[in-house]
Design a protein. Structure first.
Ligand code: NAP
Ligand code: G4F
Length: 342
């Protein structure tokens, strides 16, 4: 029988790639969606007609229990979150509720529906396997470089703090109840489906607008921050591998290469034959209250235990995103509309 997966956050970037990946592997895929009229749901339906939907919200414990009871998944991927770091200062409590407490609610739904009532009573053979979308933002002000599974955390935003709670809770449910629960500590990963507010997509859309004469400048914040950027399609493969492993363990997923935002900007403008210095305007209002200056993964464990490797380089990724956005805008597409996903 086909394995059954339930994905929270299925309308987001990673949810769409993970759903595609699992469908191709023969899974029955269910997505948890909230709200009545979410244009992201119709965008997903257009892209992936085979996905089944169940209503629910990470803020609502009962809805998660009902969703797990109805779907009876073999695997749950918890990707739902408020994931834009600047928003986490503006709506810190909501971020704690969705990105942090949402993990507790999902784990509780699985525990209750699996009938695990006391410590370490779970039977590993018939368990619902749980993946938590943790983040390199937990490393924050980094204690060492590159960062691996043993690097201590020092989160720098309410988002990073909420993710750290979710990470430790996932470990705690594994240790307390013997659940197959894993935390994937993923570094930044991008694609033509990335939300327009994140810097890579903001830059690729900005370059496309300038190239097509639709804009003259691009306003950006801190150009010196360094990130380890990879391709989202590669990272969802790692999620599945973690749940298919013989034992539940946490993994760092990244490329092991780091670039400044300035290097990203240079690469993106040059992919379109443009000189970035003529168009980029530094805007101090886009700087963050506390910045994460440097992220760089040490993905050795994922390579040796899971056989995972990234397949798309930074340069290829940036060029693909720029090309995709030039095509999108040339065809009259609107990046904010449901029709825009390649
Ligand atoms: P994304 O595009 O921002 O998607 C976030 C998803 O969360 C959306 O589907 C959204 O659904 C859903 N969501 C928001 N509030 C919810 C709620 N109250 N209940 C249920 N679902 C809710 O994020 P992404 O880039 O795909 O990232 C996926 C996950 O990985 C997130 O947890 C993110 O924090 C984490 N992560 C991402 C990266 C990265 O570089 N992309 C790196 C490390 C970790 P709606 O359509 O209903 O808003
Ligand atoms: O693209 P960003 O907004 O991503 P950030 O903050 O690194 O977070 C992303 O990756 C995390 C994994 O490490 C995820 F957990 C999280 O959910 C999200 O997907 O910003 C990247 C860098 C920052 O240093 C920021 O200060 O780009 C810098 N930046 C400079 N100008 C800008 C801008 N970021 C944005 N969004 N917009 C700017 O104009």
């Amino acid at each position: 029988m086909a394995r059954r997966a339930l994905i929270t956050g299925i309308t987001g970037q990673d949810g769409s790639y993970l759903a595609e990946h699992l469908l191709a592997a023969g899974y029955e895929v269910w997505g948890l969606v909230r709200g009545q009229a979410n244009p992201r749901v119709s965008r997903l339906r257009r892209l992936l007609g085979d996905v089944r939907l169940v209503r629910g919200d990470l803020l609502d414990q009962g809805s998660l229990i009902s969703a797990v009871e109805r779907v009876r998944p073999d695997e749950v991927y918890n990707l739902g979150a408020i994931s834009f770091v600047p928003m986490s200062w503006e709506q810190a409590e909501l971020t704690a509720e969705v990105t942090g407490m949402g993990v507790l609610r999902m784990l509780e739904a699985i525990r209750v529906c699996s009938g695990v009532s006391s410590s370490r009573t779970a039977d590993p053979s018939g368990q619902i396997r749980f993946y938590q979308a943790s983040s390199s933002e937990m490393f924050g002000q980094v204690r060492e470089t590159p960062q691996n599974e043993r690097t201590p955390f020092h989160p720098r935003s309410p988002y990073g703090v909420a993710k750290t709670y979710g990470h430790f809770l996932t470990q705690n449910y594994r240790e307390s109840y013997g659940m197959f629960a894993v935390s994937g500590i993923l570094f930044n990963h991008e694609s033509p489906r990335r939300g327009a507010e994140f810097v890579t997509r903001k830059v690729s859309l900005g370059v496309a607008r300038i190239k097509l004469g639709l804009a003259g400048e691009l306003r950006l914040g801190n150009l010196e921050a360094r990130r380890d950027w990879g391709y989202a399609g590669d990272y969802v493969r790692a999620m599945r591998l973690m749940l298919a492993a013989g034992a539940p363990e946490d993994y760092v997923i990244g490329t092991g290469r780091t670039h400044t935002v300035r290097e990203l900007v240079e690469a993106a403008f040059s992919a379109a034959g443009l000189d970035w210095e003529r168009h980029v305007v530094r805007d101090p209002s886009l700087h963050r209250p506390a910045e994460v200056d440097l992220l760089c993964a040490d993905p050795k464990k994922a390579r040796s235990h899971l056989g995972w490797e990234p397949s798309v380089s930074f340069e290829e990724l940036v060029a693909q995103m720029v090309e995709s956005d030039i095509r999108l805008l040339s065809d009259g597409g609107d990046p904010d509309q449901e029709s825009s996903w390649p």
